[in-house]
Write a protein that binds this ligand. Sequence first.
Ligand SMILES: CC(C)(COP(=O)(O)OP(=O)(O)OC[C@H]1O[C@@H](n2cnc3c(N)ncnc32)[C@H](O)[C@@H]1OP(=O)(O)O)[C@@H](O)C(=O)NCCC(=O)NCCS
Length: 183
Amino acid sequence: MSTDTNAPSPGHRPPADVVFRDLDESDIPAVEDLYRSMNEHDAYMRFFGARPKHLHTVAAYTCRRLEGSYALGAFRGERLLGIANYIRGPRPQTRPHPDVEIAITVDHSVQARGIGTGLLEHLVAHARSAGIRWLTAEILAENSLMIGVLRDIGLTHELHLDGTTMTLEIDLHAGDLDDSACV
Ligand SMILES: CC(C)(COP(=O)(O)OP(=O)(O)OC[C@H]1O[C@@H](n2cnc3c(N)ncnc32)[C@H](O)[C@@H]1OP(=O)(O)O)[C@@H](O)C(=O)NCCC(=O)NCCS
């Protein structure tokens, strides 16, 4: 199924005091804390099941700076409010391009303020500057919030539904984002 989502962004911007910056190994404890503080629903949406037991390992995996991987955080002062990252996987046999899978988490207490959209915009800008053409988002079909965030930034994507899981293939060459958002 193919969907053209070049709709204009609704214009929600993150609060002016929220700063976006790259994450590195020094941020692992804050990332672990954010994953630990997620409520059950958000953890289910992010991890597709129960929250992983070894959150330190997951946080370290998120923050590692390997070629093809990238993570950024949204901060208010020292407080980490949200995380977005992409990780390059092996080239799937069904597609000509490698899987570069994205994930986003925003602290529940500050959701619906444009922070998830801001994180996604910065992530896309970074991926473009790294020469990445396609991003993949694996999300639960019931995750209307994440689907809305992806829809709102107005990028063209292909959508595949497999039971309860959706895979969105996002084409970074076809969107209309402002590259000046790059971190
Ligand atoms: C999905 C998720 C990342 C979205 O983060 P968020 O910060 O709430 O996202 P935004 O605030 O940018 O957008 C969410 C909604 O709030 C609206 N919004 C944003 N700023 C707003 C504002 N100032 N006033 C009113 N509404 C606003 C957006 O328009 C959007 O609604 P829409 O989709 O109906 O248009 C967050 O819900 C989350 O962490 N969920 C749990 C983990 C998860 O599901 N991750 C995705 C799978 S990896």
